[in-house]
Design a protein around this ligand. Structure first.
Ligand SMILES: *Cc1c(COP(=O)(O)O)cnc(C)c1O
Length: 397
C-alpha cells in the first residue's frame, strides 16, 4: 500500500506516532490529501503553550490521561514538558510507564478494581492514591501494606459552581466525613492529603478558591496538617458560546486561596482538557446533503461524543473549506442556515444534538474543520459500524 492509499484506507495504526506526516497548515493537508476520512491535526506549538500556562501553578501539573490517551497526543504532552500523569487505571499506568520511563504516575481514581493498587504499588512504584470512603481506604491499606512513601488523598465533594460537567455526585464526601477519613489515614501511619474536582470545563476561578477553603476547613476539623493538596482538573478549553475567563484569573484565585493554608503542603493539579483541547483539530468531510441535512464522515460515535453530555452547552469552533478551481483549499464564509448533521453510522442516534450554522451553499466534498477537539473526543471514539477515526498528521512545527 502506498502512502496515499494508506492515508485513505483507514487501516488502524497506519499513522504511528513518531513517523507522522508533517504539513504547513490545515489547508495544506486538505489540498494535498483531499481526505475522505477524518484526520486529526496535531499542533505541537499549542501543546507547548498550554503546558507553559501551568508554570503559573505553584506545584506539579499532572496530565489526566483519560482526557485523551492516544499515543500521538501523549507524545505531544510529554514533548511539551509534562512529566506527571494522573493515571486512573492500571492500563493507563502501563501505557505511560511503557512510553515514558521518566514519567511519574499518580493513581487519582477514588474507586479501584480489586488488585489494581497492589500492582500499581508493588510493580510500578506508584505512591499517590485517592479514597472517599472506609471500604476503599481499607482495601488500599491492605493492597499497599500502607507501604513506605504512600500518600493517601481524601476526596471532598464540592458544589457545582460554574462547571459544565459536575464531578462531585459520583465521588467525594462531606468535609466532616473527610476529616474522619483523614484521621484514619494518619492513624494508619500514612501521609495525608486532600483532593477535589470542581467539575469539568469550569468557567469560574472562584470555584477553586471555595474548594481550597473547604479543604482548609476539613484539615482544621481533623486537627491535621495535610502534607499534600491536589486541586484536580476542570480548567476550561476555548470553546464558543461559553464565557471562558482568562487563564491567569484561575491561577490568581488559586494562589490567593492557597496562601491561607497552614504548613507547606505539596501542591498538585490534574488538568486534562486544558493541556490538550487546543492542540488537536479534526478535518471532516461532507458526504451528502439533503436539503438542510448533512451526512458527515464523523459523528457522535467518533469525535463528537462530548456534545451529547447532559449540561454540555459549548460549541467547537468551526471552519469550512472547499477546493477551488486551482486546487487550493479556500475558507468559505459561514451562512445563516442551521444544518442538522448526521454521522456516518447507520444509527439514527448518530446525529449532533444541536444544528450547526454552516455556509448556505455547503455541499458534498467540502471539509468542515473542527478546532479545539483534543479533549474527550478521541478518548471516546468507538469502531461502531466500522468507522474509527485514526489518521494523524502534524501541522506547523
Ligand atoms: C477527568 C478527571 C480529570 C481531568 O479533568 P478536566 O476537566 O479534563 O481537567 C482530573 N482528575 C480526575 C480525578 C478526573 O476524573
Amino acid at each position: 500500500m502506498n502512502d496515499v492509499a494508506r492515508f485513505q484506507s483507514g487501516v488502524p495504526g497506519s499513522s504511528l506516532a513518531g513517523s507522522l506526516p508533517h504539513y504547513a497548515s490545515v489547508e495544506d493537508v486538505i489540498q494535498r490529501e483531499r481526505p475522505v476520512l477524518p484526520v486529526y491535526c496535531l499542533f505541537p506549538q499549542r501543546f507547548v503553550e498550554a503546558a507553559a500556562r501551568f508554570k503559573n501553578f505553584p506545584g506539579d501539573a499532572m496530565y489526566a490521561v483519560k482526557a485523551n490517551p492516544a499515543p500521538q497526543v501523549l507524545d505531544q504532552v510529554h514533548a511539551a514538558g509534562t512529566r506527571h500523569f494522573d493515571t486512573a487505571s492500571l492500563a493507563e499506568i502501563e501505557l505511560i510507564r511503557r512510553r515514558f520511563p521518566d514519567a511519574h504516575c499518580h493513581f487519582m481514581a477514588p474507586v479501584r478494581i480489586v488488585g489494581a493498587a497492589h500492582t500499581a504499588f508493588h510493580q510500578h512504584g506508584v505512591t499517590d492514591y485517592v479514597v472517599d470512603c472506609d471500604f476503599e481506604l481499607d482495601k488500599l491499606l491492605a493492597e499497599t501494606g500502607g507501604g513506605k512513601g504512600v500518600c493517601i488523598f481524601v476526596r471532598i465533594s464540592t458544589p457545582l459552581g460554574g462547571a459544565l460537567l459536575e464531578l462531585s455526585s459520583k465521588f467525594g464526601t462531606t468535609q466532616e466525613d473527610a476529616a474522619r477519613l483523614l484521621k484514619r489515614v494518619v492513624e494508619a501511619g500514612v501521609t495525608p492529603g486532600l483532593t477535589f474536582h470542581v467539575g469539568s470545563q469550569c468557567l469560574s476561578p472562584l470555584s477553586y478558591a471555595k474548594a481550597i477553603e473547604m479543604a482548609r476547613r476539613t484539615a482544621e476539623l481533623a486537627g491535621i496538617e495535610i502534607a499534600a493538596l491536589d486541586i484536580g482538573g476542570g480548567f476550561p478549553g476555548p470553546y464558543h458560546n461559553n464565557d471562558v475567563p482568562p487563564h491567569h484569573s484561575y491561577f490568581d484565585a488559586i494562589r490567593e486561596a492557597l496562601a491561607i493554608l497552614p504548613g507547606q503542603p505539596r501542591l498538585m493539579c490534574e488538568p486534562g482538557r486544558a493541556l490538550i483541547a487546543e492542540g488537536v483539530s479534526v478535518i471532516t468531510q461532507v458526504v451528502l446533503r439533503k436539503g438542510d441535512t448533512l451526512y458527515l464522515n464523523d459523528g457522535i460515535y467518533g469525535s463528537f461524543d462530548e456534545l451529547t453530555l447532559p449540561g454540555w452547552t459549548a460549541d467547537y469552533p468551526l471552519r469550512v473549506f472547499r477546493i477551488d478551481g486551482e486546487g487550493h483549499a479556500a475558507v468559505q464564509p459561514m451562512g445563516r442556515t442551521p444544518f442538522r448533521v448526521y454521522g456516518p453510522t447507520c444509527d439514527t442516534l448518530d446525529v449532533l444534538p444541536k444544528p450547526l450554522m454552516l455556509p448556505d451553499d455547503i455541499r458534498p466534498g467540502d471539509h468542515i474543520v473542527v478546532d479545539a477537539i483534543g479533549a474527550y473526543s478521541v478518548a471516546l471514539r468507538t469502531n461502531f459500524n466500522g468507522f474509527f477515526p485514526d489518521k494523524w498528521v502534524i501541522v506547523g512545527n
